[in-house]
Ligand binder design. Sequence first.
Ligand code: DAH
Length: 438
Amino acid sequence: SMAYTAANISLLSKPSVYLSARALVIFQRESYFSTSSASAFQDKAQIHRKSKLPIASSLLDLGGVKVTREEIVKDDPSNNVPDSIFWKLGLQLHRRDQHPLGILKNAIYDYFDSNYHNKYKKFDDLCPIVSTKANFDDVLVPADHVSRSYNDTYYVDSQTVLRCHTSAHQAELLREGYTNFLVTGDVYRRDSIDSTHYPVFHQMEGVCVFAPNDFEDLSSDLTAYAAEDLKKCLGGLARHLFGNVEMRWVDTYFPFTNPSFELEIYFQEKWLEVLGCGVMEQEILKRNVEIGSIAWAFGLGLERLAMVLFDIPDIRLFWSTDERFTSQARIYIPFSKGKLGLKFKPFSKFPPCYKDMSFWINDSFTENNLCEVVRGIAGDLVEEVKLIDNFTNKKGMTSHCYRIAYRSMERSLTDEEINDLQWKVREQVESKLKVVLR
Ligand code: DAH
């Protein structure tokens, strides 16, 4: 579930989902290394905001912030960003109007624009590299919360992360005075590998602040008022996307809202979690907006919804450059009366190939670390990594057996190619994770 509950400690949602060429621009060097605050990256982001100073060698432009690979992928214990993740930065699938994620984003925009008279300000180009303060502290994520761990989050340095949710922008936008806004962006999480999980996915965040004079009756329960308004707005959004479906509100917990809810809809014979939301914690408002205001907020995973709406069977397809997939977006007909137009029909599936590997783990072994090694070698050719056997012997040594499913979305893989991948995986799992292969 999307909640930060004790039982489900993953930050958002488990529910929560290839492209290559991207222009690297050449600029000249800027001198930001001379400043003295905590993170060189943040200094740079700051300086960039104030002046348009030209910057160093080959750069990536992330929402106006220019970064080099060397600043993001560093051989340093405070950094855990692999190359494979660096190459996803700046692709911005959600800003392609023909891409399923862009289509879904625009459908949500349409709902807000037409029901709220263009009142919602839209942001979809905010830099995904944020401070730990913005990503965690500002939204009241407890100091000991698992989402802060190096096992769950990509750190650029001890105080800078690749945002793990769009909530990272809430406080800053509130401080800048925005009261109604939508933030769409790529978010990053270390995770396991299967058809619905990918280390980069996309979220949309929405916030609505009421000023004290928005209420006629100040004696009424403002929290109840906000909760009511939130349910009306988001219920309407779900009907706009899914048609006239059955819905239910499930109580949950998020650090940043109270009360907190998940909206579920009954769709294709299953209850599907659509989003997380709630009445914003007063502490966030107190720190960033005027006293006496009240607000609600929501966050939704775009891949998760797009997979259901467009019948997309594997999350890797969002990254495909294969024309059989990408061309389908162009024949999509905008839905009317809540009914969707065309589906993205999967082109024929190629056969999977399974390889098992067993090893004795050590204390620092985690499945996320294993998955990152596998993705670093096989990229989008790996479909799933699954623990199929787990036992501890009399000496207290624990053995894990993982089954790796290799399958391309685009072509048949040769035995030779797969054996080669698996050989490299075995080699690196042993050397990087310090486990003992059996
Ligand atoms: N940030 C949450 C997550 O990634 C999603 C979320 C839930 C955002 C509730 C919100 C909210 O703004 O109110 O799991």
